[in-house]
Design a protein around this ligand. Sequence first.
Ligand code: AMP
Length: 216
Amino acid sequence: MSKQSPVIPALKPASIAPKGDLEGYTICVYGGASQRVDMEHRALAAEVGTRIGEAGANLVFGGGKVGLMGASSLAAQQAGSEVTGVITRFLLDMEAANRELSELIVVETMHQRKNIMMERADAFVILPGGFGTLEEVMEVVTLKQLGQLDKPIVFADFSGFWQPLIALFDHFEQQNYLHNRFEDLYSLAATPEAILDQLASALAAKKASKAEAASL
Ligand code: AMP
């Protein structure tokens, strides 16, 4: 009987996303602050952060260590991203501000917090979340609808988390309450890999169309 060759475990790839895909870009990550959520969501949020770091992008977020926002930002930091947190003074303790970030900006109002995050971002990832996340995402979606913001928005639709909201958007459309085709305002991706692919292709397409406009 021939001896079977020993099984050599496959080497873990050093990088899970092609290095440099998002070099120079800043990704804003919105996500829930709750500590009581599905561990699978936490793991996927962390993987999104790792992939952002591995792709060479920086990250801006709400500044806290709690919940999915904490999981993704800590992982991005570990993977080499410059991470900026923007937090209001009254949330410093409540959301366990991460004092080891590349930059922690402390502001007075929630509006200032959102504005800084929005201005610094080249694109947005919407992790599962609650009222706060919904408030943040509706602001970017509505500004995009009005043509006041032209940045990719990707919903992290882990296990169909955002489907009830998408069903509501569908309802708005069926009743003719929308001004754009809502699918043009954002995209959905169910896995960290797909999220990063969508960010990379949307940002590359935006860069190409800017270059084309400049050459005319
Ligand atoms: P949540 O999805 O409710 O867990 O909240 C996610 C994040 O959104 C947390 O950092 C909240 O502090 C933040 N947030 C809550 N309400 C608002 C608001 N009105 N404007 C901006 N951010 C908010």
